[in-house]
Design a protein around this ligand. Structure first.
Ligand SMILES: Nc1nc2c(ncn2[C@@H]2O[C@H](COP(=O)(O)OP(=O)(O)OP(=O)(O)O)[C@@H](O)[C@H]2O)c(=O)[nH]1
Ligand SMILES: [Mg+2]
Length: 486
């Protein structure tokens, strides 16, 4: 694993790059109240002078962030703080959160209420569903998925991270790295995330003590090397000491951490690689790519459309790579060679389309194609197979067991499948694969699966979209697990 970027300053008085001296007292209701209705603008002196709204039009590239970590470590509060201190909480939301905070008997604004939208979440003080927050920071558009930390909702956490460019891992400094923190990092790594910002939160609870922070750094280094030994790559880690409650090192540099010379959370998010600029590691075997435009083109066919009752077009979403007019393609599983005659998107006829674009295409030859078939670039073929080797995250309440039948959905195709072998299950505490015959609830295992009909797939390392699948219960249709093809 590459080194941890912890930025402990050797200079006890580092230059304050943001130029913001920031009061880190908790956001008092009275202070906010006095400034309403333009409370968001008045969050801090720096927020007043640097209007983030001014930069809304200059959005820049999209960065998808999954905020993960153990229950109560402060994910929702931290996202709320980020929104608040960048002046992006609408007045009505702020008002509602103020009222709810008061109802809870709090004399400070509970920023987690900004992100926790469900009544059940507010009642229990935990996140259950994944809330997506869309906002901007200078030069960037962000989509932040606020994932639940509770073990029971690990599946929701996985949903929130499945498409992320970066994981924001929140760690409560008073509780350290917990099993659920590790589990989330393992899942994020399996999903191909190669950038991590570790927000070491609640620094106010330890009086911003540097030794407590370096203890977390040692624990992270230890975790990183254990993951490495098990073939799991985290990629780049930036570790930032923060207090979501008081705002230290979130948007404004803290005056309480003079020993820290690294970026604020905001600056770290500004400098992270986005989807468009992501690069895949060069070391081959365990590398994953976040950049589905660099992968070989895959267009899983969702439906066949008749145009004017004569010609046919094939509709679907480009799952990987770039689709181009004139491109030589192979239709799978029939293996018929043909070319792309024309491409239509919502914008009309286009010469090319990148991954995640919904399109319909016409082919130069008459080919028998139906839903579930895949149109693939001729230079870089997927496998057509009934045998899968995969890492499977299991959320079924009943353990997954050898010989059981399920439904397997991969892209636009659904088939019956049998769990033919469970090779190992990950011992999360020791980061070690151990032999097992069952895959327990919330377990992560290496398995083999036989499918009733052939699937057109890639390895997950080559393509996220065509290298993953879900396992569904045949009778209840409940999602039991998510797999990544090895
Ligand atoms: N002292 C202190 N408390 C904090 C800080 N950040 C959050 N908290 C408190 O920690 C508790 C949990 O915060 P949440 O933001 O709901 O935690 P979470 O990680 O979103 O929790 P789940 O979504 O349920 O996993 C709340 O009581 C917060 O007020 C902090 O920086 N300092
Ligand atoms: Mg939460």
């Amino acid at each position: 694993m590459p080194g941890i970027d912890s930025h402990i300053a050797t200079d006890p008085h580092p230059v304050v790059k943001d130029g913001a001296s920031h009061s880190s007292s908790a956001t008092a209701i009275s202070q906010i109240h006095a400034d309403l209705p333009s409370a968001a603008r008045a969050a801090t002196p720096a927020a007043r002078t640097r209007s983030f709204h001014d930069e809304l039009h200059d959005c820049g590239e999209l960065l998808r962030v999954a905020a993960v970590g153990a229950v109560d470590d402060g994910k929702s509060t931290l996202i709320g703080r980020l929104l608040h201190d960048t002046g992006q909480i609408p007045d009505d939301h702020l008002q509602a959160a103020l009222v709810a905070s008061r109802r809870r008997g709090m004399d400070t604004l509970d920023l987690s209420l900004i992100t926790d939208g469900l009544q059940a979440e507010r009642d229990q003080g935990i996140t259950i569903d994944v809330a997506h927050r869309y906002f901007t920071i200078p030069g960037r558009k962000l989509i932040v998925a606020d994932c639940p930390g509770h073990l029971q909702y690990t599946r929701n956490m996985a949903t929130g991270s499945s498409n992320a460019d970066l994981a924001l891992v929140v760690v409560d400094i008073t509780r350290g790295i917990r099993q659920q923190t590790t589990r989330h990092m393992v899942i994020a790594s399996l999903f191909g995330i190669r950038q991590y910002i570790i927000a070491v939160n609640k620094m106010d609870s330890v009086s911003f003590d540097q030794t407590c922070f370096t203890d977390i750094l040692s624990a992270l280094a230890d975790l990183g090397s254990r993951l490495d030994l098990n073939g799991m790559d985290l990629g780049e880690l930036t570790v930032v000491p923060v207090s979501a409650l008081s705002g230290d090192n979130v948007v404004h540099r803290s005056e309480h951490t003079s020993w820290y010379g690294g970026p604020t959370l905001l600056a770290a998010l500004q400098h992270a690689r986005t989807h468009a600029t992501a690069v895949s590691p060069s070391n081959g075997a365990t590398s994953h790519t976040n950049d589905s435009t660099k992968a070989a083109m895959r267009l899983p066919v969702q439906s066949v459309i008749r145009v004017n009752g004569i010609s046919r077009r094939y509709a679907g979403m480009v799952a990987a790579g770039e689709l181009e007019e004139g491109q030589e393609v192979i239709v799978l599983p029939s293996r018929v060679h043909t070319r792309i005659e024309g491409i239509w998107s919502a914008a009309g006829q286009v010469a090319s389309a990148v991954s995640s674009t919904s399109v319909s295409v016409a082919l130069t030859d008459e080919v028998g194609i139906s839903r579930g078939d895949v149109i693939a670039a001729a230079n870089g073929l997927p496998q057509v197979t009934t045998h899968l080797e995969a890492v499977l995250c299991w959320w079924g309440m009943e353990p997954g067991s050898t010989g059981q039948h399920y439904l397997l959905k991969a892209g636009t195709k659904t088939t019956r499948a049998r769990l033919s072998s469970i090779r190992t299950v990950l011992d999360v505490d020791n980061i070690r694969d151990v032999p097992a015959s069952k895959l327990p609830h919330n377990g992560i295992g290496k398995v083999e699966i036989e499918t009733a009909s052939a699937l057109t797939v890639d390895s997950y390392a080559a393509s996220r979209a065509t290298g993953s699948f879900i396992i569904v219960d045949e009778s209840s249709n409940a999602t039991l697990g998510a797999g990544m093809i090895i």
